[in-house]
Design a protein around this ligand. Structure first.
Ligand code: AMP
Length: 281
C-alpha cells in the first residue's frame, strides 16, 4: 500500500501503470471507512491489477457547513483497515490539490434526474459530487470505478457523468452492505447516539415492509404505512418515495420493478437508504 497526497505523484504512477498495461480500479470515498467501503475495495482488488482508493471529504458536496464539520475524519484508522491489501494506492489530497485553480471544469447539466430526491433536498450536492468525481476520474483514469447502490441516485448521476465527459470507464454498482439488524452501513452512523442507533433501524424496517407489499395494497397506502414506521421511531422524514429505477420519477402505480428511496433525520444525522422492490405478480 502506498499513500499519495499530490496530483503529480498520482499522475506519474498512473502513466507507469498505463505503460505496463495494468488494469486500474478506482474507489472514491470520503473516509471513515466501514465494511460497505471495504466490499467495494475488495471487489476492485479482485478485478484489477492495481486499485486507487481516494479519501477526500469533499466540501463542494455539502450544502450545510455544520454537516461538513461534523463529518467523521479518521485517516489513521482508515489506513490501518487497508494495510493488508496489496497493489493499493491511497490518494488523500488536500483541498488545493483536489481543486487547483489551473484545472478547468465545465459543469454538465444534470437534467431532471438531478432535481429529484437528493437533488431537490440538497441543492448543489450533486453538482459538488460531479465536480470532484470528474477531477478524480481525470487524474486516475481507471478502467473500472466502483460505487455503492446505497447512493442509488448518485450512481445514476455518475453513469451520466461518465457518458457526458466520455471517460469510457466501466461503472460498477455494488450492493448495499448492512449491519446485522439491517441498518445500511454509513460513516454517518458513527454520529448516532445509542438510542438513535436503535431507532435508525426503522428505515430498514419500512423499506422491507414496502418490498413485501408490492402490489398487495395501493402504492399510497404502502407509503403511508412506511412513513408511520419511521416516524413512530422518532425520525423526521425528508422524503420517502417509490420511484422508477431508471428515471427516478415517482410511480403512481406499481410496476414490475421500482425502488423505494428514503432520507430521514435521526436526531441531527441525515441518513439515506433505498431498496429495490420487485413485483411478484
Ligand atoms: P462515501 O464515503 O459515503 O462517499 O462512500 C463511498 C462509496 O462507498 C460510495 O460509492 C458509496 O455508495 C459506497 N458505500 C457507502 N456505504 C455503503 C454500504 N453500506 N454498502 C455499499 N457501499 C457503500
Amino acid at each position: 500500500m502506498q499513500t499519495f497526497v499530490t496530483r503529480l505523484e498520482l499522475i506519474l504512477w498512473r502513466k507507469q501503470q498505463h505503460e505496463a498495461q495494468n488494469q486500474i480500479g478506482f474507489v472514491p470515498t470520503m473516509g471513515a471507512l466501514h465494511k460497505g467501503h471495504l466490499s467495494l475495495i475488495e471487489k476492485a482488488c479482485q478485478e484489477n491489477d492495481q486499485v486507487v482508493v481516494s479519501i477526500f471529504v469533499n466540501p463542494k458536496q455539502f450544502n450545510q457547513s455544520a454537516d461538513l464539520h461534523a463529518y467523521p475524519r479518521m485517516l489513521n484508522a482508515d489506513l490501518q483497515l487497508l494495510k493488508h491489501l496489496n497493489n493499493l494506492i491511497i490518494f488523500t489530497p488536500s483541498e488545493s490539490e483536489m481543486y487547483p485553480t489551473n484545472v478547468p471544469f465545465n459543469p454538465m447539466s444534470l437534467g431532471k434526474i438531478g432535481r429529484l430526491l437528493e437533488g431537490a433536498h440538497r441543492p448543489g450536492h450533486f453538482e459538488g459530487v460531479v465536480h470532484v468525481v470528474h477531477h478524480l476520474f481525470d487524474l486516475v483514469q481507471p478502467h473500472q470505478a466502483y460505487f455503492g447502490q446505497k447512493d442509488f441516485q448518485q450512481l445514476a448521476i455518475i453513469r451520466l457523468l461518465n457518458e457526458h465527459y466520455r471517460f469510457g470507464i466501466q461503472i460498477i454498482g455494488c450492493e448495499t452492505i448492512r449491519e446485522i439488524d439491517g441498518l445500511a452501513m454509513s460513516s454517518r452512523n458513527l454520529r448516532l447516539a445509542p438510542a438513535e442507533r436503535q431507532n435508525a433501524v426503522s428505515i430498514f424496517k419500512a423499506l422491507s415492509m414496502v418490498r413485501n407489499n408490492v402490489g398487495k395494497q395501493s402504492i399510497g397506502s404502502v407509503i403511508e404505512a412506511a412513513r408511520s414506521i419511521i416516524e413512530e421511531a422518532g425520525l423526521q422524514i425528508d422524503y420517502l418515495e417509490i420511484v422508477d429505477p431508471v428515471t427516478l420519477e415517482s410511480c403512481a402505480e406499481w410496476q414490475e420493478i421500482q425502488v423505494c428511496c428514503v432520507a430521514a433525520f435521526c436526531g441531527e444525522v441525515r441518513l439515506i437508504d433505498n431498496m429495490l422492490c420487485e413485483s411478484v405478480l
